[in-house]
Design a protein around this ligand. Structure first.
Ligand code: ADP
Ligand code: ASP
Ligand code: MG
Length: 444
């Protein structure tokens, strides 16, 4: 069994949906197909949740009608068979009625999750019907029946496995199962979601639960590139990455993968292949436990980072001081990404600022605290990157851009620097030139 995931752009238009269909029929192996919402739809639904929060009934009605029209147009253009068209239009109108009901409830986290995950429900309903109309047998599975992940950061794969096996047993056997990415249930069984971009994570959770032979993530680019193509020209796809490398890049901002995508597959050693829906022949990126090449592989950037400096003369020669500080972050369930220390000060970074005020208040009881927001971690990744003889070149950045922190040697596979977010793009471009474009120096 293979898992194939198609992202928002891949399912974002009638033309692209026919490409996805071609990809599915080009390979005979049994598969579970995980689909995102059409591109732009989840953003539309996020805006709808704001209308619900402010009880703006006119805006809710307008929003749901626009959503219905968009999907109705897709049915018209995609499906030729009139009977299937009617069936799908009926299903669409039932879903929209359901959405009106949910939208009339008082706003809550559960209402929010219910609404923003409807994009996947709409798209998979239409896509499954479309495949049926072409005689491509498939079964539509409701992910809400098996994606009981309990905690997003630490999914309960065994539970998903039990539920999914039962769902598969209760359905007729099919070479293709279609299901929704992004949606899940929390520990109370309430509808929740895997955070934005979470369909990648759905695919690897399902892949792990079923011990799949391979997981393919189909997107709009030919694999993971060595730098962020949104900001840097002349980036190159990387043919092979290890799980460690891919996990670091995903966690530190490579948007092509949801930050947690890799963790479910590592123990079971399931390869993850990143492929381009618009160029299926391109090799893409294979993520596995094999190291093909050591050294520098790629650079990524994670925004929304807050740097906190904690300074106290009591730190001088004192032991137990770091433990005391870390305990505060631990008590407020805030994880730390980067740390640097001097004899009397420690600087660290966090990305979750929900409890920042409380953390600062507590530490201010015994140290001076300075908070700086809007920073970005630039992460340079590769197995054994610190031993790459060209990696020293990254430090030339110090001549051009104010670097707030550097983390080197924490692991052999990652060097991180912290810069003000306004300097992120020049930093990525500078590093691209220095690390990937300058010819190797001949050392004599
Ligand atoms: P999907 O909707 O298929 O999940 P995403 O938009 O989430 O697609 O991810 C694909 C996009 O990620 C690419 O179009 C590209 O702009 C962006 N991206 C950012 N960093 C990288 C990188 N290092 N390699 C490839 N793509 C990247
Ligand atoms: N549709 C969701 C989003 O836009 C999930 C995904 O596409 O992966 O975030
Ligand atoms: Mg994505």
């Amino acid at each position: 069994m293979k898992i194939l995931k198609f992202g928002g752009t891949s399912v974002g238009s009638v033309e692209n949906l026919t490409r996805v269909k071609d990809i599915l029929v080009s390979d005979q192996e049994n598969k579970i197909v995980v689909c995102s919402a059409m591109s732009g739809v989840t953003d539309h639904l996020v805006r709808l949740t704001e209308n619900i929060r402010f009880n703006d009934t006119d805006a809710i009605t307008r929003s749901l009608h626009r959503l219905e029209n968009k999907h109705s147009d897709v049915i018209d253009a995609l499906v030729e068979d009139q009977e299937t068209k009617n069936i799908l239009k009926n299903k669409l109108s039932l879903i929209i009625t359901e959405m009106f009901e949910v939208s009339s409830k008082a706003y809550s986290e559960v209402v929010n999750s219910q609404i923003i995950t409807y994009g996947e429900t709409l798209l998979t309903t239409i896509f499954s019907g479309y495949l049926n109309s072409l005689g491509i047998s498939n079964v539509l599975l409701d992910a809400k029946e098996f994606m009981y992940v309990d905690a997003v950061e630490n999914p309960n794969i065994k539970k998903v496995q039990k539920k999914l096996e039962k769902v598969l047993d209760n359905n007729i056997q099919s070479p293709i199962y279609i299901t929704q990415g992004f949606v899940c249930r929390d520990i109370e069984g309430e509808i929740s979601h895997l955070k934005r971009g979470g369909s990648d994570y759905t695919a690897t959770i399902i892949g792990s639960a079923l011990s799949a032979s391979e997981i393919q993530i189909w997107t709009d680019i030919d694999g993971l590139h060595n730098n962020d193509p949104r900001y840097v020209d002349e980036t190159q796809p990387i043919s092979h990455l290890t799980y460690n490398e891919a996990a670091e890049l995903a966690y530190f901002g490579a948007k092509i993968l949801h930050p947690q995508t890799i963790s479910p597959v590592v123990d079971k050693d399931i390869p993850v292949l990143l492929k381009n829906t618009f160029d299926p022949k391109a090799l893409g990126t294979l993520i596995s436990n094999k190291t093909h090449k050591k050294g520098l592989k790629a650079i990524s950037a994670k925004d929304g980072i807050t740097a906190i400096k904690i300074k106290s003369n009591r730190m001088l020669m004192a032991h137990g001081y770091l433990r005391r500080i870390f305990e505060v972050f631990d008590n407020f369930q805030t994880s730390i990404d980067m740390i640097t220390t001097s004899e009397i000060a420690i600087s660290l970074t966090i990305d979750n600022t929900v409890n920042l005020d409380k953390i600062v208040k507590e530490i201010e009881g015994y140290a001076e605290v300075t908070v700086e927001q809007d920073h970005s971690i630039i992460c340079i990744v590769g197995e054994s990157v610190i031993n790459d003889k060209n990696s020293y070149r990254l430090f030339e950045i110090l001549n051009y851009i104010p670097v707030r922190m550097v983390s080197y040697g924490g692991s052999n596979n990652n060097i991180s620097i912290l810069v003000d977010t306004k300097d992120k793009i020049p930093t990525l471009r500078f590093l691209n030139e220095k690390l990937f474009q300058v010819q190797e120096e001949v050392i004599v």
